[in-house]
Design a protein around this ligand. Structure first.
Ligand SMILES: Nc1ncnc2c1ncn2[C@@H]1O[C@H](COP(=O)(O)OS(=O)(=O)O)[C@@H](OP(=O)(O)O)[C@H]1O
Length: 336
């Protein structure tokens, strides 16, 4: 009897490490899955290895619907294959938000300022790539930073990353863009209880009263100066120009042209847009029963009132610059 008891004890002790190993494995896996489910980890590899992490991504809306034909291992942070380069105050935010209605378009939420900012650029392409959202192989990652449009260094840096990248510029009437820019400056000042310098003091030459060509807002609207820098490195067929004034009136028309430019099927649904008469702009409805989504209150501000005289001066000033743009891109805009 005693000998039998000793034998059982011996067998138990021998099996103990194996039991401990099995218990630890069960405990570790349980903890691992729980961590992913409660969003405790954003580790990409963890998500790739776990269907629950993948499901969480879907629930959080990071994955477009219908993407379940891929498994999570095809998700990766990819460098953008297309960049919206600007211009500032021309509708860049509306454009990217509307484009994201397409299931094959994905974009980071923030502007990256990677190519235009030396400190960011020094962090390297790997840093930039990891900033991009997870995407599937059939998705196009698009980044938008309006500053690239006027940044002298950005075209060559982007070209170094990918010389066949697709570029999108959005332009609107140059005078309206200047006024929008100045309205933003006034709003920023107002939020700090300060007052902006009167427009005329900035935009007009003090001596002659003519348009001051070195005023930054005016500079940005001299579109050909900037577009020509991009066209020194990229062929015109790699640059699509969106009509920002038409994006306000007919967003679907502009989005359709981009789907074509990016060789994507027309999947942005007309029902996704509805006109919000209070805002005076189109807003989005991402699903039939989903909530209506308009851009933030800082988009579509009421513009400051400028005298007719100043507006006429601006329009006249931009006329020859517009002509130079039309020649450069082989296309005209109805700007008067
Ligand atoms: N659907 C919709 N809703 C709201 N706003 C719209 C929309 N479509 C285009 N716009 C125009 O976008 C202008 C702001 O341009 P950006 O987004 O490029 O501004 S920014 O440079 O990023 O600050 C903004 O300029 P302002 O009207 O001067 O505010 C709008 O006219």
């Amino acid at each position: 009897m005693r000998r039998q008891l000793r034998r059982w004890t011996k067998s138990f002790l021998c099996a103990l490490p194996a039991f401990a190993f099995i218990l630890m494995t069960i405990f570790y896996n349980g903890f691992f899955i729980a961590t992913i489910n409660f969003g405790g980890s954003s580790n990409e590899d963890s998500m790739r290895n776990s269907n629950k992490g993948f499901r969480k991504l879907l629930e959080d809306g990071h994955l477009p619907p219908g993407r379940d034909r891929y498994n999570s291992s095809s998700l990766a942070h990819r460098l953008p294959q297309c960049i919206i380069i600007g211009a500032r105050k021309c509708g860049t935010r509306a454009l990217i938000e509307f484009l994201k209605l397409h299931p094959q378009i994905i974009s980071p939420n923030d502007e990256m300022h990677f190519f235009s900012n030396d400190t960011n650029y020094k962090l390297g392409f790997e840093w930039y790539r990891k900033k991009m959202p997870l995407s599937y192989p059939d998705q196009i990652t698009i980044e938008k930073t309006p500053k690239y449009f006027i940044s002298v260094i950005s075209p060559s840096r982007i070209h170094r990353m990918n010389s066949s990248i697709k570029l999108i510029a959005i332009l609107r009437h140059p005078t309206t863009r200047v006024i929008s820019d100045y309205t933003q400056i006034c709003a920023n000042k107002q939020s700090k209880n300060e007052t902006a310098e009167p427009f005329e003091l900035r935009a007009l030459d003090k001596q002659t009263g003519h348009i001051n060509p070195v005023y930054k807002a005016t500079q940005i609207s001299m579109y050909h100066l900037h577009i020509s820098r991009w066209l020194q490195l990229f062929p015109l067929n790699q640059l699509h120009i969106v009509d920002g004034d038409n994006l306000i009136l007919n967003p679907l028309e502009e989005i359709r042209k981009i789907e074509q430019f990016l060789n994507l099927p027309h999947l942005v649904n007309p029902d996704s847009f509805y006109y919000n008469s209070t805002r005076g702009f189109y807003c989005m409805r991402k699903t039939k029963t989903g909530p209506e989504q308009c851009l933030g209150a800082n988009k579509g501000r009421k513009h400051v009132n400028l005298s007719k005289k100043v507006i006429t001066k601006l329009n006249k000033f931009f006329k020859p610059h517009n002509e130079q743009l039309y020649k450069l891109i082989g296309r005209r805009f109805p700007w008067r």
